[in-house]
Design a protein around this ligand. Structure first.
Ligand SMILES: Cc1cc2nc3c(=O)[nH]c(=O)nc-3n(C[C@H](O)[C@H](O)[C@H](O)COP(=O)(O)OP(=O)(O)OC[C@H]3O[C@@H](n4cnc5c(N)ncnc54)[C@H](O)[C@@H]3O)c2cc1C
Length: 416
């Protein structure tokens, strides 16, 4: 059977799929609007951490160029800025996670694909280009991220509870924030800092082209004290921007504020800030065309989540492998093929979306108990942390209050 696959988009979804197919001897063409140099020199797109399941897929693809123990992190520190006193506790991963600036990561994977004989065409695809691409390939995969091409795939309103962003993001790479490290008393970790009613901040040690920096991913609740940071203009007055951030961190995220060297604290580079918001959206797996052919949604096109739980890219990589394997095994690309792809990846994709959406809400009584128990029970917190690799396992424990209580009870019984 002829298997010529067209992949629109060279993000992690498109590239992991392209590299997987290439490795399995299947003809794949990537069509994307940005050349490696444009990506490398562009604005910060995200602050992505890859968990060990994704790093294992990079090993399998032969693209783990950042296998350096000095840049990984091993744990999450949870900090809650509670009115009656702070709550601070740690959960560890079994295997470390790692954040590499996508302006380094994606161009390197594009280079890998090209060097191994892969074809990348550079152009921007519009809606009216799609039918010709469907006709050209045996299967078309759309992995163009949050952009308008995603509208090809029907919106699944039953899995899309929000029509507005639930957090207003102010994201940047910064100098002057201590995040631990091999040469420090504390090993490198990510901090998940919560200011109830105002939002969260995720502090991520990140490898960039300029060395290790700290990503501050501020997830600010609309109407809260930090919400205005989404439109605070850095370039108009960098000193005022920096001072405003310092003041807000001192008030809302003091655990991180205490780790800042105020003399050195500054946005790392001119392009290192990102502000905006994401509407979590789930779409259908496939779109059908008149000639009996199909296009498949991958990555953010299929399901885009708020970055709070760090799931989007890990999920896109997982889905790329599931889709890749289905393509390798396929005898025909028909409606049944699309159904099989959907079933194989749906549990994880939906779990990542549901879990993230749950965490965007004020904590339920069961969630409050989970947080408190994790602060007392290291094994429970380690299990919660490890499940960043396996969102479907996390969702098994969080899908209802009963399940959450049962999970806590089982850990309390073990500890007794
Ligand atoms: C601040 C922030 C922090 C995040 N942190 C994490 C994290 O810690 N962990 C995690 O797993 N996820 C995280 N995410 C989510 C993650 O960035 C995305 O889920 C992931 O990058 C999506 O990959 P993708 O391949 O689907 O799309 P993208 O990476 O968006 O790639 C889309 C590709 O399509 C191309 N393209 C777009 N439109 C067209 C067109 N019309 N024609 C041709 N080409 C086109 C683009 O140039 C690009 O190459 C974060 C996101 C943000 C915003």
């Amino acid at each position: 059977m002829s298997k010529s696959i067209g992949i629109i988009g060279a993000g992690i979804g498109g590239l992991h799929l392209a590299l997987y197919l290439q490795q399995h001897g299947i003809d794949a063409t990537v069509i994307t609007d940005r050349a490696p140099d444009d990506v490398a020199s562009g604005r910060l797109m995200n602050t992505v951490a890859h968990h060990s399941v994704t790093i294992a897929r990079e090993d399998a693809l032969g693209v783990n160029h950042w296998d350096d123990p000095s840049i990984v992190y091993h744990h999450h520190d949870h900090f809650f800025n509670m009115p009656d006193g702070p709550l601070l506790f740690r959960g560890a991963f079994k295997n470390p996670s790692r954040a590499v600036d996508y302006r380094l990561y994606l161009p390197k994977l594009m280079e890998d694909f090209s060097d191994r004989g892969g074809r990348i065409e550079y152009r921007s695809i519009q809606d009216n280009d799609v039918p010709a691409l469907v006709a050209r390939f045996d299967l078309l995969v759309v992995s163009t991220g949050k952009g308008p091409l995603g509208r090809l795939f029907q919106h699944r309103s039953e899995h899309t509870p929000y029509s507005q962003p639930q957090r207003l993001l102010c994201v940047g790479l910064w100098d002057g924030v201590d995040h631990g490290g091999p040469d420090k008393p504390d090993p490198r970790g990510v901090t998940l800092s919560v200011s109830p009613g105002h939002g969260e901040m995720i502090v991520i040690p990140t490898l960039t082209a300029e060395g290790m920096k700290t990503a501050l991913l501020m997830e600010n609740v609309p109407g809260g004290d930090m919400a205005d940071l989404v439109s605070l203009n850095h370039d108009a007055d960098p000193a005022a921007f920096r001072q405003t951030i310092l003041d807000r961190l001192e008030q809302h995220h003091p655990h991180t504020y205490d780790r800042i060297d105020t003399q050195r604290f500054a946005v790392a580079g001119q392009q290192d800030l990102l502000q905006g918001g994401i509407v979590p959206t789930v779409r259908q797996t496939a779109a059908s065309f008149d000639d009996g052919k199909f296009a498949i949604a991958l990555g953010d096109v299929h399901s885009v989540v708020d970055p709070l739980m760090g799931q989007g890219a890990n999920m896109a990589s997982y889905a790329a492998f599931e889709l890749g394997q289905a393509i390798v095994e396929a005898v025909v690309f028909d409606a049944r093929f699309c159904e099989v792809v959907d079933q194989r990846r749906e549990d994880r994709v939906l779990a990542a979306s549901r879990w993230t959406n749950l965490m965007l809400q004020p904590p339920s009584e069961a969630m409050g108990r989970l947080i408190f128990t994790m602060s007392q029970n290291r094994e429970l917190c380690d299990a919660f942390t490890e499940n960043f690799n396996y969102p479907e396992r996390q969702w098994d424990h969080l899908a209802s209050e009963k399940r959450t209580h049962a999970w806590i009870d089982s850990h309390m019984a073990q500890a007794a």
